[in-house]
Design a protein around this ligand. Structure first.
Ligand code: HEM
Ligand SMILES: *[C@@H]1O[C@H](CO)[C@@H](O)[C@H](O)[C@H]1NC(C)=O
Length: 337
């Protein structure tokens, strides 16, 4: 009989929850003092103020424990939010599994063998469902998890706007067309971001997300063998784990920031002025063009990078959310209800 097992699991869950809620009471008091009610259809930072007061602690606890197990997970969660927002808005579409009637985004070129962190999102979702069932969208969980990841790895914080709802659909083709490939040139990067209401400065600041995480050989092979605006010894050292022949070592990883890949800092930009950007698209930001001065500013003044990154993350989170009665609150982030 499974009863003892169920009881054991419930006990473990209760322990995990009490551990996660250590600082809950003081935070709830802060929210009480500073929270302001708001029920309109646009996003707001206090959207779940009364419907799910434990939301922020619950997400943070799970994110932090996942990152303690594997620091890269913070990078993976940040990227998932970007890949969600750039495809028909921040609507949790990237989280949907394929079904017989749905070709989802997980198998689109930018995501296949690459996007990760879905199990962590599942874990957060079940913890959140436990404290306030049927209330919080997967799209909002992704937005909070991205922020908490950046903070945990040493980056800036910001107030996450909430109230997104989850899509009923996902789009393989929109993911293939909407997420910029690493072969993009500067004009393509600028126009892709501009089309979504993000400025050139937002684009450069958000690219600073590549101060954490890893890329596969297949994403940077052409750059390390064929490009001239690359530091020679850097190229050689990357070539040692990324063979020239396509098909061999395609999934071998290298850090996007060669100096501190598990720390959110401005080293991504200092790499660029040394021609040590890993992706073709990274080096495009410092290649004699209009964005060189932004890169230089973020090197000279790390706090301007932090504040521009936070501002741009909020703007990216505003891309065409489903609000009001549109979409749904998924029970399971992998499928529509
Ligand atoms: C500017 C256009 C961008 C391009 C062309 C681009 C491209 C890429 C590529 C090719 C990878 C490696 C994927 C792989 O080989 O598996 C990657 C990883 C990553 N990207 Fe971007 N990206 C862009 C913008 C962004 C933005 C806006 C963010 C977040 C703010 C972001 C966050 C990340 C992170 C954190 C990783 C590492 C993920 C991990 O280690 O799991 N990227 N990106
Ligand atoms: C380098 O460029 C040449 C000529 O365009 C191409 O044939 C070759 O496949 C490229 N090599 C890599 C590793 O991308």
């Amino acid at each position: 009989m499974t009863l003892p097992r169920v009881l054991f699991l419930k006990h473990m869950q209760a322990m995990a929850n009490s551990f996660c809620s250590t600082f809950m009471i003081s935070l709830a008091l802060l929210v009480l003092v500073f929270g302001i009610g708001n029920a309109n259809a646009s996003l707001s930072t206090n959207f779940y103020y009364s419907s799910c007061p434990k939301l922020f602690d619950t997400v943070k606890c799970t994110v932090e424990s996942a990152i303690s197990k594997e620091a890269r997970m913070g990078a993976s969660l940040l990227r998932l939010f970007f890949h969600d927002c750039f495809v028909n808005g921040c609507d949790g579409s990237v989280l949907l599994d394929d079904t017989s009637s749905l070709s989802g985004e997980k198998n689109a070129a930018p995501n296949r063998n690459s996007a990760r962190g879905f199990e962590v999102i599942d874990k957060i979702k079940s913890a959140v469902e436990h404290v306030c069932p049927g209330v919080v969208s997967c799209a909002d969980i992704l937005a909070i998890a991205a922020r908490d990841s950046v903070v945990k790895l040493g980056g800036p914080t910001w107030d996450v706007k909430l109230g997104r709802r989850d899509s009923h659909t996902a789009s393989l083709s929109a993911a293939n067309n909407g997420i910029p490939p690493p072969t993009s040139n500067l004009n393509q990067l600028i126009s892709r971001f501009n089309a979504l209401g993000l400025s050139t400065k937002d684009m450069v600041a958000l690219s600073g997300g590549h101060t954490i995480g890893q890329a596969r050989c297949t994403s940077f092979r052409a750059r390390i063998y064929n490009e001239s605006n690359i530091d020679t010894s850097f190229a050689r050292s990357r070539q040692s784990t990324c063979p020239r022949a396509s098909g061999s070592g395609d999934n071998n990883l290298a850090p996007l920031d060669l100096t501190t890949p598990t720390f959110f800092d401005n080293h991504y930009f200092s790499n660029l002025i040394q021609k040590k950007g890993l992706l073709h698209s990274d080096q495009q930001l410092f290649n004699g063009g209009s964005t060189d001065s932004i890169v230089q500013a973020y090197i000279n003044n790390p706090s301007s990078f932090f504040s521009d990154f936070a501002t741009a993350m909020i703007k990216m989170g505003d891309i065409t959310p489903l609000t009001g009665s549109k979409g749904e609150i998924r029970k399971n982030c992998r499928r529509v209800n």
